[in-house]
Every structure is written in structure tokens, then in C-alpha cells.
Design a protein around this ligand. Structure first.
Ligand code: TRP
Length: 369
């Protein structure tokens, strides 16, 4: 269906506090999109039901992290007046919709989904893959389409999910009726933000590797973590020429620092990040100095977020109330789509007067045939 409105939907699994990789990869952008005023509706949600698909035995982890993620959202500037913040499992329509979508997807198509493939390997499910986990791309398609989302800002790893969602939409619209909207992915702009490496230089920030800087880290923690960051192992002395590839400090600077900030925080020594990089490559610029700049940059970004978080932490019941009200709003929206879906699928029996009349006539004619 041609969309009538511009609608954003995106979310995160509440399996831990959010880190600065989430910030540059998605949160910062969401807030910009929210504040751009270019979208009619914005939905941001905590995918707790999806998180449970690979945390079956760990429900308490999800329960504890719902508030952490909500605080991170609010701290980063998502505003409940402009964005609907909600919890996936509070919207039963999403489960209902998933159940019908399951008929539109084959087992082999799910097996071919590259994200599911890698995740199955990562989680070592081997041959005992939970059915719920295996089918989560279908449930994700329900998340997106229940809100008739046109725009889904996510990382590149979610591309196969969006593709699968679009296939479901096309199939549904062709078989039943043209009621669902095909969503578009909105990828991060800056390539350094696609996937921020861990502070140890490893490919990904992950809690279990202990290489994350969290949005909620204190100023002291940030100082310590940046001080121990991985740089260029061949850059032993200040005078040595340095390398930027795989140098985590410069990757973070690419993701966070503006040229104006570089100029200001180095008291005009460098007019831009590129000038500083050139010096590093030539030799004569030490890692400590680069780390000091990175710390300064991160503190400027994180300090206002930290302060807002502290404010929301002072009234936790109010934060749950935001999620409760958001979930109510989201549910109304999903219920509207569900009514369209039921009509299209011809399972709206009690609202379908033509069905009742048809059957009345059929039985009045004598034999019910
Ligand atoms: N799979 C996403 C993640 O792990 C979370 C998610 C669930 C999501 N449903 C979604 C993202 C719908 C965007 C749209 O980050």
C-alpha cells in the first residue's frame, strides 16, 4: 500500500545497558530524526519478547534491563511527547500478526536468512534451535508492519530482516488485499558508526568481552577505559610513524569528533581531525595525546546525557508510566492494522455483514448448500 504518513519504527533488545556503539550507530540518529519534524509518527520500542527467544532461562536479565534501556533512551533525548516509547510484549497484536505471517514464509527461506545463520552459530544452538528464535524475523516483520512503518533506522546487520519483511508484505498484499506498507531501511551515515569496535580493538562491543563504554558510565570510568584503549601496536615511541587502520582511538574520533571540537580541544593545534591524523602517520604524535582528546570529546557528548539520566533515575515510577502510556498508544495503532489484516484475510466474521447475509440466504434456501 502507498503509505499515507511517514512513520519511523525501531527498537532494541533489552539485554543490557546501551553503549556508545548504540549511541553513534542508532540513538543519536533517532533523536535527530525525532527533532527534524519530518515524520508523522515515531515508535521506539524494547523488543523484550524477541530478547526472550535466546534468553529463555534468563527472564530476570530482561526484566532488569527494561528500565536501563528506557533510561538510556530518555537520557539521549528521546522525548515521550514526540516519540512513542513502548514494550513489545505489551502489544498482543504483534503475536497475533506473527502467527498469520508464519504461513507466508517457508522454513528454507528462514534458514537462508544470513543474520539468523550467524546468530545460530554465535549462540551455539547446534541442532536445538528454539522455534521462537528461528522465527524471530517473522515476528520482527510484525513489529514493523503493525505500525505501517515506512522507515526503519537500524544497523546493516538488520538488512536481511528488512528484506524478509518486505517479502512478507508483498506476499500478503498480493494474496489478500493491499493493506500493508513496505518499509525502507535507514542505515547510519558515517561508516565509522556502522559498527564501533570494542575498546580492545575487537570487532564488536560486547558485555561479555568487557570492552564497552556505556552511555551511563561515569566521567571517571570513561577516563579509565579510554586510557587502556587499543591503538597501534607498532607505535612504540612518540616519534614512530603511526597507523590509523584498526586504531580504535581514531575510529572513535571519526565517529564522535567534529573538526570544530578538535580545534577547540587542542587549543588550535589542529584545525581538523585530518590534520591530527596526518601528524600521527608522520610520527611525533603520541597515543596519550590522542586519548586525551578522545576523552575530552566523549565527556562533552556524554555529560549532558549523564545529567539527564540522573534526573530520570530520581523518578523511576514516572519512567515506567511513560512506557505504560506509550504501550497503550502503540496498542491502539497495532489494533487498527490488525482490523485491516482481519478484513483482508476474511477472518473478521462478526463485522462482516455480507457474510452473515450470505449464510442466512444459503440456509433459507433449504439445504444449507
Ligand atoms: N533485532 C533488533 C536488534 O537486535 C531489534 C528489533 C526487534 C527491531 N524488532 C525490530 C529493530 C523492528 C527494528 C525494527 O537490534
Amino acid at each position: 500500500m502507498e503509505p499515507k504518513e511517514k512513520i519511523i519504527l525501531t527498537g532494541d533488545r533489552p539485554t543490557g545497558k546501551l553503549h556508545i556503539g548504540h549511541y553513534v550507530g542508532s540513538l543519536r540518529r533517532r533523536v535527530e530524526l525525532q527533532n527534524s519534524g519530518q515524520y508523522d509518527k515515531i515508535f521506539v520500542f524494547e523488543a523484550d519478547a524477541q530478547a526472550l527467544t535466546d534468553n529463555v532461562e534468563n527472564p530476570e536479565k530482561i526484566r532488569q534491563n527494561v528500565i536501563e534501556v528506557a533510561l538510556d533512551y530518555l537520557a539521549c533525548g528521546l522525548d515521550p511527547e514526540r516519540s512513542t516509547l513502548f514494550i513489545q510484549s505489551m502489544i498482543p497484536e504483534l503475536t497475533e500478526l506473527s502467527f498469520y505471517y508464519m504461513n507466508l514464509v517457508s522454513v528454507s527461506r528462514l534458514q537462508r536468512n544470513p543474520t539468523v545463520k550467524t546468530e545460530i552459530q554465535m549462540r551455539k544452538f547446534e541442532s536445538s534451535i528454539p522455534v521462537g528464535f528461528f522465527t524471530y524475523p517473522i515476528s520482527q516483520a510484525a513489529d514493523i508492519t503493525a505500525f505501517k512503518a515506512t522507515t526503519v533506522p537500524v544497523g546493516e546487520d538488520q538488512e536481511p530482516m528488512l528484506e524478509q519483511c518486505r517479502e512478507i508484505v508483498r506476499r500478503f498484499n498480493t494474496i489478500y488485499d493491499d493493506v500493508l506498507v513496505e518499509p525502507n531501511i535507514l542505515l547510519p551515515e558515517n561508516s565509522a558508526c556502522l559498527r564501533l569496535p570494542g575498546t580492545d580493538g575487537k570487532a564488536k562491543m560486547s558485555k561479555s568481552l568487557g570492552n564497552c563504554i556505556y552511555i551511563s558510565d561515569s566521567a571517571d570510568e570513561v577516563v579509565k577505559k579510554v586510557r587502556s584503549m587499543y591503538t597501534d601496536p607498532t607505535h612504540l615511541q612518540v616519534s614512530d610513524p603511526g597507523h590509523l587502520e584498526g586504531n580504535t582511538v581514531f575510529t572513535y574520533l571519526d565517529a564522535f569528533a567534529s573538526d570544530a571540537q578538535v580545534e577547540r580541544l587542542t587549543s588550535g593545534e589542529y584545525a581538523s581531525l585530518d590534520e591530527m591524523k596526518a601528524h600521527y602517520i608522520r610520527g611525533g604524535l603520541g597515543d596519550m595525546k590522542c586519548k586525551k582528546l578522545l576523552t575530552g570529546v566523549l565527556q562533552e557528548v556524554l555529560e549532558p546525557i549523564r545529567m539527564r539520566r540522573a534526573e530520570f533515575e530520581r523518578d523511576i515510577p514516572a519512567v515506567f508510566e511513560i512506557l505504560r502510556r506509550g504501550s497503550e498508544v502503540a496498542r491502539e495503532q497495532a489494533a487498527c492494522t490488525m482490523a485491516d489484516v482481519r478484513r483482508a484475510m476474511r477472518i473478521n466474521y462478526f463485522e462482516d455483514n455480507s457474510l452473515i447475509e450470505e449464510q442466512t440466504r444459503r440456509f433459507a434456501s433449504g439445504n444449507g448448500n
